[in-house]
Ligand binder design. Structure first.
Ligand code: FAQ
Length: 318
């Protein structure tokens, strides 16, 4: 392709971004745009399926049939989110096998939050309330992201995340209206999940490597710090309503700005977890690798069936 032809494709691409039109898989796009999307969408997909593990751990121990059904449905939803996202990612020209390989070999990241253990039933409440709450705040703007398949996947994901957030908050509410022991359990879960939830939004804007370019491409519609602030502003009043204390001695409402100011995040802890040294990193990756290896016969059987069906249809067509 001549330089002139590339320039004209770039102009069409830039005009689409400027006019808030969607970029679709068959459209020309800069190679860096494609790679950045593969990185973010695949990391998002991996987070969804690794994110099934901490809660899956509690399905057999849910305290009632009602709680079990809701938790089971939620964990299944996360698998569905992974599927929409892997499919969206595949439209960018990368195969599902390559994507899984990147997860299993540590080449691709997944959200830091899923490397923390789930120690009590209250953690199911805290995850729904805080982790899914943070996920919604991060993902609602992504419904308007510039790449069509990602934006469309996010619409359904967000609807389901909203149910997840409510089921978590309802668990917290029940515990907080229960015995002192139950309320203590809820407080302990908040103490352990609060700071990791703030870390989910990623490094501060001045340390974020991708935000500036991703904002220009309208992949990201809000910065990490903007979303984190929105989460704190929305969640602190919810903690007040539960009668719980947010574990941050520096937290205070600023009447002038209309926002909560909060304490320093432990970024050393964040980077340690991202680099693989969190409490559960090894366990999570091993669980995913085992699922992949144990599922080999299912994939083979499905492929063999698909091949036989194709052969049968080809014969019929003759
Ligand atoms: N964990 O330059 P930035 C869910 C990495 S919700 C690990 O700011 P970017 C629902 C980042 O990849 C959770 N790594 O990066 C659910 C980059 O490294 P790289 C998933 C992190 O992409 C609930 C480096 O740091 N949600 O799963 C994290 O512009 C309950 C520099 O960072 C999404 O993925 C982190 N927290 O902004 C499921 C949403 N933060 O790639 C089950 C879509 C940053 O250069 C149960 N993703 N890093 O090696 C995004 O919005 C963005 O990718 C951000 C990061 C905001 C996460």
């Amino acid at each position: 392709m001549s330089e002139k032809e590339i320039k004209s494709l770039e102009d069409i691409f830039d005009a689409k971004i400027a006019n808030d039109e969607k970029i679709e898989p068959r459209d020309w796009m800069p190679e860096k745009y494609r790679q950045t999307h593969i990185r973010q969408i695949s990391q998002h997909a991996h987070s969804e399926i690794v994110g099934m593990l901490p809660e899956g751990n509690w399905i057999t121990r849910a305290p009632s049939l009602r709680r079990k059904v809701a938790l089971l449905a939620k964990v299944q939803d996360e698998a569905g989110h992974g599927l929409y996202l892997y499919s969206a990612c595949e439209t960018l020209g990368i195969s599902r096998e390559e994507l899984y390989d990147q997860l299993h070999t540590g080449k691709a990241k997944y959200s830091s939050i899923f490397n923390y253990p789930t120690l009590t039933w209250a953690d199911m409440g805290a995850i729904g309330w805080l982790v899914d709450g943070a996920a919604i705040i991060n993902q609602v703007p992504l419904c308007n992201t510039s790449f069509g398949p990602y934006a469309r996947a996010m619409v359904r994901v967000c609807k389901e995340e909203s149910f997840h957030q409510r089921q978590g908050y309802e668990i917290m509410l029940t515990l907080c209206n229960g015995t002192q022991e139950q309320k203590d359990m809820a407080q302990d879960a908040l103490n352990r999940w609060w700071w990791p939830s703030l870390m989910m939004f990623g490094p501060t804007d001045d340390k974020s490597t991708h935000t500036a370019q991703s904002m220009k491409w309208k992949l990201k519609r809000k910065t990490n710090d903007e979303l984190r602030q929105q989460f704190v502003d929305q969640t602190v009043p919810q903690a007040d309503l539960l009668g719980l204390t947010v574990p941050d001695k520096d937290l205070k409402y600023n009447n002038d700005t209309g926002h909560y100011e909060f304490g320093e995040i432990n970024w050393d802890e964040f980077w340690q977890v991202v680099k693989g040294y969190g409490k559960c990193n090894k366990e999570r990756i091993n669980a995913r690798k085992n699922a992949w290896n144990n599922g080999e016969w299912v994939r083979n059987a499905a492929m063999a069936y698909a091949e036989k069906e194709a052969e049968r249809k080809a014969k019929q067509a003759v």
